[in-house]
Each structure stands twice: as C-alpha cells, then as structure tokens.
Design a binder for this molecule. Sequence first.
Ligand SMILES: Nc1ncnc2c1ncn2[C@@H]1O[C@H](COP(=O)(O)OP(=O)(O)OP(=O)(O)O)[C@@H](O)[C@H]1O
Length: 263
Amino acid sequence: MTGFVDLRDVQLAYSGHGTETLALDGLTMAVNRGEFAAVVGPSGCGKSTLMKLATGLIRPQAGTVEVAAREVDGPVSIAGMAFQNPSMLPWRTTLQNVMLPLEIVQPHRKRLGRERAAYTQLAEELLSVVGLAGFGAKYPWQLSGGMQQRANLCRALIHDPELLMLDEPFGALDAFTREELWQVMRDLHAEKGFTTILVTHDLREAVFLADRVFVMSARPGRIIVEHEISFPRPRPIDLTYEAGFNDIVHELRGHIAEARAAA
Ligand SMILES: Nc1ncnc2c1ncn2[C@@H]1O[C@H](COP(=O)(O)OP(=O)(O)OP(=O)(O)O)[C@@H](O)[C@H]1O
C-alpha cells in the first residue's frame, strides 16, 4: 500500500568542502492520509533531512519521495511547516505574520486582494482556536515564546494544508507550556484532519500525539521500528502519567539507546 507521504529506499548525502556526509540510507516510510506520525531517533540521525525531502526542499540521490501520489520534484505547496524557532517577522503584527503564506501560496495569493476580509476573519479564528484571541495586533516581540509558537502553528495552517510538518516545534518551551500546546495540536488535528509528521526528541510528546511512532537508526538514518499507539482519542493529558503510557515511552527509549550503541 502506498502512503500519502511515501519515501522508498531513500538515500541522501550532503557534500561540500571535499567531504560527503551520508545522512539517510535505505529509508522507507509510509504515512497514511490523516495520520499523525512522529519520528524519533538519536541526535543527528537525519530527522530534519527527512522533513526537507518530504517537503521538496531537497531531492534524494536514490529512491523515491511521493506526496499525495505525486513524485516530489520541488517545494510541496500542500504542506505547512513549523520549526523550533518561530522566526516571525518583527516588523509585522502577529496577524500579518499568520497571513504571510497567503501572499505566497496559490490559489490564495491571487484571491487575497479581493477576499482580504474573509481571510482576515479566518486568521483571527485560527488565533482564537490556539488561545490567542485579541493578540493579532500585537507584534511578535510583545508575545511570550509559547504565544509565538501558537502563532507559528496558525501560520503553518492558514492555507489549510493537507500535510503539516512539525520539526521540534515545542522543543524550546517550558514543560507546562509544552503540554498546553500538545493539547492545542491534538485538537487542531482532530478538527482539521490534516496528515502530520512531527519530528521530536521528546518521547512523551510523540506517544501522546501520534498514531504511529517511527524510530530511526543512528546516521545514516533509516526506519528501524514502527510503533502503533492505540490509545483512544481524544487523549487526556493525564494519560501521559499512566503506567501503560510510560511503558511505551520506556520501550521507545530502549530502541533509541540500542540504535545509539550500534552506531
Ligand atoms: N547542509 C548540510 N551540509 C552538510 N551536512 C549536513 C547538512 N545538513 C545536515 N547535515 C548532516 O547530516 C546529518 C543529519 O542531519 P539532520 O539535521 O537531518 O539530523 P537530525 O536528526 O535532525 O539532527 P538533530 O537530532 O541534532 O536535530 C548530520 O550529521 C548533519 O551534520
């Protein structure tokens, strides 16, 4: 069966300054439409590289990358992305930052002039869903780190992407804010049904949010374990303190420790 995001036997090496770094080798991974996938693995195993391949920012030397049954041969317009550093433009208000992709991605770009009021309302609704109602007129530097990351999620979702790619988006936040944002993410995914790939170092985050956790080997990275997470949804945050949950976190931790030792 082919996945909505489908990477097959992918190899990717970076070269420059006379050296070559084999980041991924023989990586195969299929994420189903609407699924929430999390990718974990040892530091430097190629997680961000996988994200760049799936969004078309780079192309593999071998193997195939498909999204929505089409070979990826350039930036994937149906994808929204959010990274650890929200990188909001400081001279734009939060609302203007959230609306930025609409100025770039078609068909929104050509509609924006005529339909600005409707798009503004959409952006304000999204801000309200993530708990930022009334903050649209503030500049990013007037917001806390957690609030900026909430706005960053809105920016990733404003063009209603079918695929959401999250690379350590909650990594820099304190534990309480992080748990709050897990719940925001859980609810957004349930409401909108986009396919998600989340790269994270936080195994609790992966198990709480994902339908499936993919564990990568040490570099050159490939998928060594797929773990289905079958807790019913919606999942309450208290689940993360239960024994059954911690057993899975512990098991995943063991896989990563083994992968590091084998490197
Ligand atoms: N542009 C680049 N040029 C050369 N090497 C690179 C480049 N980008 C990444 N690498 C190397 O490729 C390997 C995989 O990098 P990548 O950032 O994908 O790993 P990661 O799993 O996301 O890392 P981390 O866990 O530290 O976030 C690393 O050894 C990294 O140093």
